[in-house]
Design a protein around this ligand. Structure first.
Ligand SMILES: Nc1ncnc2c1ncn2[C@@H]1O[C@H](COP(=O)(O)OP(=O)(O)O)[C@@H](O)[C@H]1O
Ligand SMILES: Cc1ncc(C[n+]2csc(CCOP(=O)(O)OP(=O)(O)O)c2C)c(N)n1
Ligand SMILES: [Mg+2]
Length: 297
């Protein structure tokens, strides 16, 4: 049996906090100073052993780091600044060390972006397995929020980074959440709509197209591929954790000039046109009606 109290006694003192945490982990709630003018962003995502990583092969620290970074990527997709995280872990068949390593992985990945783990929960599963859930809180000025629904006909379609082969290449564990890039796009009001690509470029492009009620005309030849990626499957592999966003045509020159050279590479892969949620090629092939356009559980 896992001794929750004993583990927490070991874990909590290792979780460094930031000055805006009035009361950190250990009470019924974490008490946090919210900044007056800003909006709070909140999201939760999980990693399940065997589903989001190879259980027994991926180290617990890498799995914990992935859990934190997937959530940071959701804050990046809004253009926000991540602030605090809550980590819930349910396991069976793992040692105390395994648990602590998982939590350390999440803690260190958050610390790299100034995000402390301010609370969480530990529970034991009835059967062998492992499931981690992380709730992320972030903030953003109301005028800067980038939703999926703001793309307009005439906007250009951009991506950061590269696509495909995420699982085999290890990118699904090693990726960097595009927080700096997301902040620039929000702060300078470049992006009209944005999301982060987790289920596959095509499927997530359809989500943005549907939310904005436009068609996206995507030039497959312009999508940058990760080493080892195959063009036929790169758009549906998923777990790229890159930003997909639209920019008004008259801001594109400024965006490309302002884009810092140490940011993830920026690529224009298409345009938004009048429509109702399809993704098509310039030749008119409707990509969104292909059989497999993204990752399905
Ligand atoms: N159990 C749930 N209850 C409420 N909202 C949910 C639940 N599961 C998912 N969602 C919401 O549905 C949306 C899509 O979820 P998901 O595909 O997991 O998003 P993401 O790719 O950003 O993690 C998100 O806004 C998420 O908050
Ligand atoms: C063992 C293993 N099998 C398959 C995958 C690939 N994979 C797992 S989940 C996923 C898509 C994203 O996951 P989901 O939980 O749907 O993310 P969300 O939409 O909530 O961001 C992909 C491509 C993996 N990372 N590890
Ligand atoms: Mg999710």
């Amino acid at each position: 049996m896992m001794n929750e109290l004993k583990i927490l006694n070991r874990l909590l003192p290792t979780l460094t906090q930031t000055p805006d945490v009035v009361t950190g982990p250990g009470d019924d709630c974490a008490v946090l100073k919210a900044s007056g003018e800003l909006l709070l962003l909140a999201a939760v995502d999980q990693v399940i052993g065997g589903v989001h990583y190879y259980s027994g092969i991926t180290s617990p620290a890498a799995a914990g780091a992935k859990l934190m970074k997937r959530n940071l990527s959701d804050i990046a997709a809004m253009g926000g600044t991540p602030k605090w995280a809550l980590l819930a872990l349910a396991v069976n068949g793992h040692s105390e060390e395994w648990l602590l390593e998982f939590c350390r992985g999440a803690h260190e990945a958050g610390a790299a972006f100034g995000v402390p783990v301010v609370g969480g929960d530990l529970a034991e599963l009835e059967n062998k397995g492992e499931a981690g859930s992380l709730t992320i809180l972030g903030e953003i000025a109301a005028s800067e929020v980038i939703l999926r629904s703001g793309a307009r006909p005439g906007d250009r379609l951009y991506v950061t980074g590269e696509f495909g082969n995420s699982l085999t290449s290890g990118h699904h564990l090693n990726f960097t959440p595009r927080l700096r890039e997301g902040r620039l796009l929000a702060r300078k009001h470049f992006a009209t709509a944005m999301l982060d690509v987790s289920d596959g470029l095509l499927l997530d492009a359809v989500r943005l197209a549907c939310a904005s009620q436009v068609d996206l005309v995507m030039n497959p030849g312009k999508v940058p591929l990760r080493a080892g990626a195959v063009r036929e499957t790169a758009f549906s592999d998923g777990e790229d954790y890159e930003l997909l966003f639209t920019v008004p045509q008259d801001r594109c020159g400024e965006l490309e000039r302002d884009w810092p050279s140490d940011f993830a590479p920026l690529h224009c892969i298409g345009t938004a046109e009048q429509g109702n949620g399809e993704v098509r090629t310039p030749a008119g092939t409707i990509l969104s009606r292909n059989r497999k356009i993204g990752y399905e559980h």
